[in-house]
Design a protein around this ligand. Structure first.
Ligand code: AVJ
Length: 322
């Protein structure tokens, strides 16, 4: 696979994001994108197999069952860009349906190099596919893909797995508008959104019995130790999942079990933690099926169709650039 690799200032950006997130007055926080280094991506892959976490399987079920129908709704010649390809497993169903109709360029955009490599291994056997990976931030990668498009060709952007849920609602809308600005009228966005469910089901999904989600969350501190020479003692932090009813989200935090001081030399930083103080590491927003069409309209799309899983409330939404 051809991979366009990431620019070399990534380590510096990590250090400066850690610095600004941990010197915040009220709530310390770290951007959730940093959960996905090689270890974190592998742990998320395990999470997606857990009984308690039905999200990824619902997403895949919908794409497997409705892939041909989704592809039938797209007219003309199509190139596919995926934002955050992960393992690529669920994407197979859309790509196979499309490749039966036309030779297809598939451009996964991913910040995790190992996820890109996994994704290409998973999908390269599909007939008439050409895979070109972009190791980039989502919109940077999409801009490059759009710059390479051929005349008369439409783009299908895949944003699956409810990754949009990591943004709060206003930022989610801004992100959709950002995608829309790169697209042209008649292009498509297939958006996966996890739907609202009971608090107990959500807490189980984000604090599983095996402790895989806890390891996924704690790996962020381990990563800061590895890459920024920090001295976080992982056993002194606990994984916590919390419902935020106003935001309609589940939050992950890392809770300091006691008062402690942590050194992060490569970020030129010494951080104090009070006992019980948390670092907010991720939010996963949950949606109602009805709010997606209005989000679409507010960001320059029209919601053409929606498919909802019967076992785990999750929606696949097909949006057309207006
Ligand atoms: C990959 C962002 C969709 O928010 O549900 C899983 C990540 N975090 N368990 C999600 C995650 C904790 C996941 N997304």
């Amino acid at each position: 696979m051809l991979v366009h690799a990431i620019p070399a200032n990534a380590a510096y950006e990590f250090a400066s994001d850690v610095r600004s997130g941990l010197t915040r007055g009220r709530q310390k926080e770290l951007p959730s994108k940093y959960l996905y280094d090689d270890v974190g991506s592998a742990l998320f892959e395990v999470i997606s197999h857990l009984d308690e976490y039905g999200l990824t399987r619902a997403d895949e079920r919908l794409l497997r069952r409705h892939g041909p129908e989704i592809v039938d709704r797209l007219e003309g010649s199509i190139a596919v860009a995926e934002l955050g390809s992960g393992s690529g497993k669920k994407t197979r169903w859309v790509l196979e349906a499309l490749c039966r109709r036309q030779p297809t360029f598939y451009y996964p955009v991913e910040i995790s190099h190992s996820a890109l490599v996994m994704c290409e291994r998973e999908l390269r056997d599909i007939d008439s596919i050409a895979i070109v990976g972009f190791e980039r931030e989502y919109l940077d990668g999409l801009l490059e893909v759009a710059a390479h498009r051929k005349r008369g060709q439409h783009l299908l952007v895949l944003f699956l797995g409810s990754t949009i849920g990591n943004f709060d609602r206003p930022a989610g809308l801004r992100f959709l508008s950002g995608i829309r600005r790169i697209l042209e009228p008649g292009d498509w966005l297939l958006l996966g959104t996890d739907l609202e469910k009971s608090s107990s089901q959500l807490l189980r999904a984000y604090d599983d019995e095996l402790g895989v989600t806890a390891a996924f969350n704690l790996n962020l501190l381990a990563r800061i130790n590895r890459e920024l020479e920090a001295d976080f003692v992982l056993s002194q932090f606990a994984h916590v999942a919390r419902i935020n009813p106003e935001a309609r989200s589940v939050e992950m935090h890392l809770l300091s079990r006691r008062m402690q001081v942590v050194n992060i030399p490569a970020a030129e930083l010494v951080v104090e933690f009070a006992e019980g103080e948390t670092i907010w590491t991720e939010s996963s927003h949950k949606y109602s099926a009805e709010e997606i069409p209005s989000m679409a309209r507010a960001s320059g799309f029209f919601c053409e169709a929606q498919w909802i899983d019967a076992q785990w409330p999750f929606a696949e939404n097909l949006l057309r650039a207006a």
